[in-house]
Design a protein around this ligand. Sequence first.
Ligand code: B4P
Length: 266
Amino acid sequence: MTDYAIGDIQGCYDRLRDVLARVSFSPSRDRLWVAGDLINRGPSSLETLRYIESLGSSAVVVLGNHDLHLLAVALGGHPPRRKDTLADILEAPDHDRLVAWLRQQNLCVRDRTRNLVMVHAGVPHIWSAGQAEAYAREVEAIIRGDDAGEYFTHMYGNEPHCWDENLRGMDRWRVITNYFTRMRFIAQDGTLELATKEAAASAPNGYKPWFEYSREDDVRVVFGHWAALEGQTGSNQFIGLDTGCVWGGLLTMMNLDTGEKIHCDC
Ligand SMILES: Nc1ncnc2c1ncn2[C@@H]1O[C@H](COP(=O)(O)OP(=O)(O)OP(=O)(O)OP(=O)(O)OC[C@H]2O[C@@H](n3cnc4c(N)ncnc43)[C@H](O)[C@@H]2O)[C@@H](O)[C@H]1O
């Protein structure tokens, strides 16, 4: 069995199948770890979602900001955005099943044997791997539960800007969601800066890319989300897999044991 992790697919179904074909991926033998943003902006979100759902236990998935956006449209009454390419999912006859499946996915997956976690955007240096796991479980329970509609109605927004263990309710869930699915630049005290989306060198004053802070543990973090990084973090501990497929870059998949990367032009 081989475990492969893949960055933001964003509905680029044909490229997904191309890169899987390069390693003769077989769901009966191998597993695909998906670092979030399965859908949106690309041409074939419905096919992508159906395919990954069909993999069953051969897919290990974390939710990205675009996946949460679909859930917010489906469950929280949010209007679709102009650049969304989600209509095929929203109108599909199996829409309810796909949304129900998406709600069961995690924000953070931890593999203790490999000493790694997979998240969409990152794990802030102010949290241990254990804390990250615990905070993810809190929000995952909300997304799966009866209060999901309420959560998705109030999920959007940049505040609170900083983690505080005393936060409760929606403020707590929103800031946890933002660390896991939207973070790029962060200050030493954990304050998030969510407006800047360019490369690591464009850090606003007082902020750095989240992976440039040293962590107290040595857990490896597999993540996507930040296309402008082009997969470059300067560290083997932080493995960026979003190489901008939907922006005409590459789709990148990595063998989780050997570290070998397989790329596909988009
Ligand atoms: N709590 C919450 N609050 C608010 N919204 C929430 C939310 N939770 C979920 N959302 C949702 O999040 C979604 C995205 O929000 P947006 O804010 O609209 O999207 P984005 O930053 O473009 O994010 P993306 O995830 O696509 O990032 P990427 O690095 O690929 O792309 C970023 C930029 O990098 C650029 N880029 C790509 N490759 C590059 C390269 N090689 N060099 C330089 N720039 C590059 C791209 O052109 C692009 O402009 C929306 O649907 C929104 O609803």
